[in-house]
Ligand binder design. Sequence first.
Ligand SMILES: NC(=O)C1=CN([C@@H]2O[C@H](COP(=O)(O)OP(=O)(O)OC[C@H]3O[C@@H](n4cnc5c(N)ncnc54)[C@H](O)[C@@H]3O)[C@@H](O)[C@H]2O)C=CC1
Ligand SMILES: O=C(O)[C@@H]1CCC=N1
Length: 285
Amino acid sequence: MKVAERVAVIGAGAMGEAFIRGLLRGGFVNREQLVATDKSNERRAHVEQSYGILVTLDNAEALRTADTAVVAVKPQNIVEALRELAPAVEPQRHLIISIAAGVPTSTIERRLPPGTPVVRAMPNIAALVGQAATALCKGTFAQDAHLQRALGIFEAIGRAVVVGEALMDAVTGLSGSGPAYAYLMIEALADGGVAAGLSREAAMFLAAQTLAGAARMVLDTGRHPAELRNWVTSPAGTTAAGLTVLESRGVRGALMEAVLAGTRRSRELGEAGLQHPAASGSGGA
Ligand SMILES: NC(=O)C1=CN([C@@H]2O[C@H](COP(=O)(O)OP(=O)(O)OC[C@H]3O[C@@H](n4cnc5c(N)ncnc54)[C@H](O)[C@@H]3O)[C@@H](O)[C@H]2O)C=CC1
Ligand SMILES: O=C(O)[C@@H]1CCC=N1
């Protein structure tokens, strides 16, 4: 879907930059349709030089030139960012999308003019290469048209699903943080390959392409991963030997615990004082 509007990316850190690159990369927006802000001089200079888009320190000024804002600051900075955006928000015109882990739509709505449409989303860093997995939900005042506008943006940087807001912390623990778990696995598999005699370069390529190919098969065939695993596992073969080690070391349980720990942490980030208007003074949690 084409994004035929102007998008303000508020906070051009790791995720804000992934957004900018992902949107430009697919040709879904041109440079003139993007504006970015950041508090850091270095980040502003980097984004301006790398992508040739308009960059400013002034969040309200950026929003006045845009229809949609993607707020990509840390949860600890969202109160400050919303305070800066609020004077420029026109509820009939603007859609405010937050990608902050844990922060509920109600917390965001309380800091913006009454009736402001808000969408909460959890993408992941693979936005950088147009392969993000995103889940999103709408706030109290967002209509279906706003959700469609947000979906257009997230489908430009990967694939997206709509979920109930109560599940957003679970999404954060799974697919928000998930790329980091995959990178750890790729690194460890490559280390194993090097230990077995492969060059570092060959091992890294083989490990990454193996995870990408395995994931592609799950997505394309719709088969259960256990069934696909059986296709790989020959009787008395190499895979059975490897799987025996992974199961005996509890890798399955460790991954499940990792997702649950991320889910709990997301909840904590949302609960750490952000809900209370009194916390709006200096960046909240
Ligand atoms: N890094 C990731 O893979 C993902 C991050 N997120 C969420 O995205 C948000 C950003 O995370 P990262 O990019 O990792 O953090 P980051 O620290 O790399 O980027 C945040 C940027 O916001 C800027 N900033 C702080 N206050 C600001 C303000 N008032 N106005 C404008 N800019 C301001 C900072 O200077 C920084 O460059 C977080 O809320 C996080 O939960 C969501 C999905 C994935
Ligand atoms: O680590 C974090 O808190 C953020 C949210 C999801 C991925 N990175």
